[in-house]
Write a protein that binds this ligand. Structure first.
Ligand SMILES: [Zn+2]
Length: 123
């Protein structure tokens, strides 16, 4: 299964990099700015929540001095670990949206053409 592959040069981007920079990672080869597809993040978050719920259910049955705290702690840890792992293994990379650059030349060209072009019509 081809995951974590740069769509441009097919270079594999390492998992830890994606987890650390999932909002924007550069391809190590062609330096294209990439990001993890939003649906992948949704999946990883969902899996993390499920793991957290399972951990909470499992640990809440264990009686102990820390019985009131551990379930929450386990759930928190499970969420963080599982969501990161799922993100690492399922991350689909796509091109990050290009940062919008103002193009004044285009604007001027469009508006400047009109009045100048029709200027000669009036007698
Ligand atoms: Zn690349």
């Amino acid at each position: 299964m081809a995951v974590r592959i740069c769509p441009h040069c097919k270079t594999e981007v390492t998992g830890p990099n994606i987890v650390a920079y999932s909002f924007g990672v550069e391809c190590p080869k062609c330096e294209t700015r990439l990001e993890v597809a939003p649906e992948t993040r949704t999946i990883s978050t969902f899996c993390g929540l499920a793991a957290g719920a399972i951990a909470w259910r499992l640990s809440i049955n264990s009686d102990g001095d820390l019985g009131g705290v551990l379930p929450t702690l386990y759930a928190f840890l499970a969420f963080g670990i599982v969501s990161s792992l799922v993100l690492m293994f399922t991350a689909n990379l796509r091109n990050a949206p290009v940062i919008p650059v103002a193009e004044p030349a285009h604007d001027l060209g469009a508006s400047g053409h009109g009045p100048l072009g029709h200027g000669g019509g009036h007698h």
